[in-house]
Design a protein around this ligand. Structure first.
Ligand code: FES
Length: 293
């Protein structure tokens, strides 16, 4: 690794005034933290989890003024999640280590504007949305470092190709390291769910349904009929959005692309694009409870 990267970083911190250092540290640290949060979240790249990037993208596609763009990304949710995570690491690390700082600041600004359009465009009043505040902060920081160039900055940016490579490698390594610090893998959690009590039988009338969450965070839905109880994973087998039961059509419907599943025919997909049935879960009545068997 080019050890000069840290020497230049240290020099850049020394050469900057306190206000700029505060902005730079806050922005760089926050971007690294946001990426680390995703890297250590077992659900972020797991279809059906409440924090799955695909679930977030489908929410964005429904509410954003540029929802059509997010709708196109849903099909590539996992790749999008990986790119977002690595880009956040790269922007944060480049900001802290002063590698192509203007480009990193522009990346931070663009990402903030993108998040504003995606998730907080309708927040009212506007000042409650942190994305707009970050966009303004990144833009101010970008203009400040452009105005405050002191020679070394420009030369660093010109010979930054190798350092950019180092930052890219570090970002990928951090993203990979996040999996090591993930609290538990989903397999462990799933087995931990064995014999979990879901609901008291008395609270689930014949004909009723109950949404519940597996120990790994994956959504599921329980049915009670005259003949007993049964349950399915609520993760759409197309691209992993969460299905919901519709009492009118007696179907489980996916909000993303409209797939329908028949819970009374083994979860079969009755309307595409999904073609695979919803996975059935083993549930049973044990005493006064319905349990995950
Ligand atoms: S995710 Fe596409 S239909 Fe469900």
């Amino acid at each position: 690794m080019n050890s000069g990267i840290f020497r230049v970083a240290a020099q850049s911190w020394r050469n900057q005034g306190l206000p700029l250092r505060i902005m730079r540290f806050w922005l760089g640290f926050t971007w690294i933290y946001a990426a680390w949060d995703k890297a250590t979240d077992p659900g972020f790249l797991t279809r059906g989890s409440s924090t799955f990037i695909g679930t977030q993208l489908s929410a964005y596609s429904a509410q954003s003024p540029v929802g059509f763009a997010f709708n196109k990304l849903i099909e590539h949710s996992i790749q999008v999640g990986i790119v977002v995570m690595i880009t956040e690491f790269a922007i944060g690390l480049a900001t802290i280590l002063w590698v192509v700082p203007s480009l990193a600041a522009f990346g931070g600004f663009s990402m903030s504007v993108g998040l504003w359009l995606a998730s907080s465009f309708h927040v009212n009043p506007y000042f409650l949305a942190s994305d707009t505040a970050y966009a303004v902060l990144w833009l101010s920081y970008l203009l400040l470092i452009k105005n405050n160039r002191k020679g070394f900055t420009m030369s660093l940016e010109r010979r930054g190709v190798m350092r950019v490579g180092i930052i890219g490698a570090m970002a990928v390594a951090f993203a990979g390291a996040g999996r090591i610090f993930t609290p538990k893998n989903l397999q462990d959690n799933a087995s931990a769910a064995t014999k979990t009590k879901i609901v008291k039988l008395a609270a689930l009338k014949v004909g009723a349904t109950k949404n519940f969450v597996l120990a790994n965070g994956a959504p599921a839905i329980l049915f009670r009929t005259k003949t007993g109880v049964f349950a399915y994973s609520a993760i759409c087998t197309h691209l992993g959005c969460t299905v919901a039961y519709d009492v009118v059509s007696l179907s489980l419907i996916c909000p993303c692309h409209g797939s329908k599943f028949d819970p009374f025919k083994s979860g079969a997909a009755t309307v595409g694009p999904a073609t695979t049935p919803l996975p059935k879960l083993k549930v049973a009545i044990e005493g006064a409870w319905v349990i995950l068997a």
